[in-house]
Design a protein around this ligand. Structure first.
Ligand code: UT7
Length: 330
């Protein structure tokens, strides 16, 4: 809607570690094979952060530094920085504050949002509110996870899926009809049973017993998550279309969470949306949790055109899920 202020993405930049963990590497670590992983998930390799002393905040820092350079933004101009992550550097303080320090964003404040694979969606919708209400004019939203820090590399159910990465967007006000237009975000905490990390929080604080029981790793009931993911992503895209009086033909791109290629194709089939206009990079990075959506935006940035109707959709631990409708701004 022209004249109304929307928060528009005016730049995106990503960063992934150089080290690759291929399906063939995994064949030597657990009872699996390239054929199974490729056909059941679409993943061929993932990136793993191995730089000594580096953690999630360092991946965020690299992504944000690139973003600032690309958009000609000075660190001191940033008002706010939000990080969607479940693998922050420490339980506290939050990673966003660490990133502000590392990039020299002296005038910014920030915080983390823990919504697992929906972390970037929740963070983007949150950041957009501050811009749309004219509270702030430069908000950075990052999705980042160092999943390798919470993956059990003896568990073939999870270790073949996840990888590390980070990507960031800059949100600024626009009055030309571009920007974040609408969103449907959902949550159902009863899903925590099917996707979680059991220990390390206040329910099961770290102890010799929790370490011995391997409870500091991500665990999931993959089949259960799969079914809910397809349903949750599809239904929130449909709600957005209805609310905005759009049909699927009005959508130029769908940017789905990259958890499993079969989930992505199933969502596209349910929506009767052509796969050529679905962003996909899962074969290279696997599931980077909160980083998948902005990494896709980064990768497809050159193919998007100003005015394109784009729907972002994700599903993750919590359960958390939802979709965001935005009009591309450049
Ligand atoms: O991002 C949000 C969080 N996560 C997700 O969205 C993930 C959702 N779930 C999935 O992507 C899939 O459920 C998985 C990829 C995790 C598993 O695929 P699946 O087709 O649901 O396989 P399954 O768990 O039903 O297992 C089928 C068979 C089993 O063998 P049996 O019992 O039929 O003999 C597994 O033990 O495949 C076996 N299996 C494997 N075989 C080789 C499970 N993992 C592997 C593996 N390599 N890595």
């Amino acid at each position: 809607m022209p004249n109304k202020i929307h928060a528009a993405i005016t730049g995106v930049h990503g960063w992934v570690p150089e080290d690759r963990l291929t399906n063939f590497d995994l064949e030597k670590m657990v009872d699996t094979n390239d054929e199974w992983i490729t056909s059941r998930t679409g993943i061929r390799e993932r990136r793993i952060l191995k730089t000594p002393g580096w953690a999630t905040s360092d991946m965020c820092t690299e992504a944000v530094k690139g973003l600032l350079e690309k958009t000609g933004t000075k660190p001191g101009e940033i008002d706010m920085l939000i990080v969607g992550t479940i693998t922050g550097d420490m339980v506290f303080p939050d990673t966003a504050n660490t990133v502000c320090d590392k990039i020299g964003a002296k005038n910014a404040f920030g915080y983390d949002i823990n919504a697992a694979c929906s972390g970037f969606l929740y963070a983007l919708a949150t950041g957009a509110q501050f811009v749309q209400t004219e509270t702030y004019s430069k908000v950075v939203v990052v999705g980042a996870d160092m999943m390798s820090s919470i993956i059990d590399y003896t568990d073939r159910n999870t270790c073949v899926i996840f990888g590390d990465g980070a990507a960031a967007v800059l949100l600024e006000p626009r009055k030309d009809g571009t920007g974040i237009t609408d969103f449907v975000l959902r949550g159902d905490g009863s899903g925590r049973e099917f996707l979680h990390m059991k220990a390390g929080g206040s329910l099961h604080p770290p102890s010799a017993e929790t370490v011995a029981a391997r409870e500091h790793y991500a665990w999931q009931d993959g089949k259960r998550v799969f079914v809910h993911a397809v349903r949750g992503m599809t239904s929130t895209v449909e709600s957005l279309l209805r609310r905005n009086k759009m049909t699927i033909e009005d959508v130029n791109w769908i940017v789905p969470h990259q958890a499993n290629m079969r989930i992505i194709t199933s969502v596209a089939e349910h929506l009767e949306f052509p796969m050529e206009r679905v962003t996909i990079n899962i074969s290279k990075y696997g599931n980077t949790t909160a980083a998948t959506l902005p990494l896709c935006l980064w990768e497809y940035e050159d193919r998007f055109k100003k005015g394109d109707n784009i729907i972002l959709t994700a599903f993750g631990g919590g359960f958390t899920w939802g979709s965001i409708y935005l009009v591309w701004a450049y």
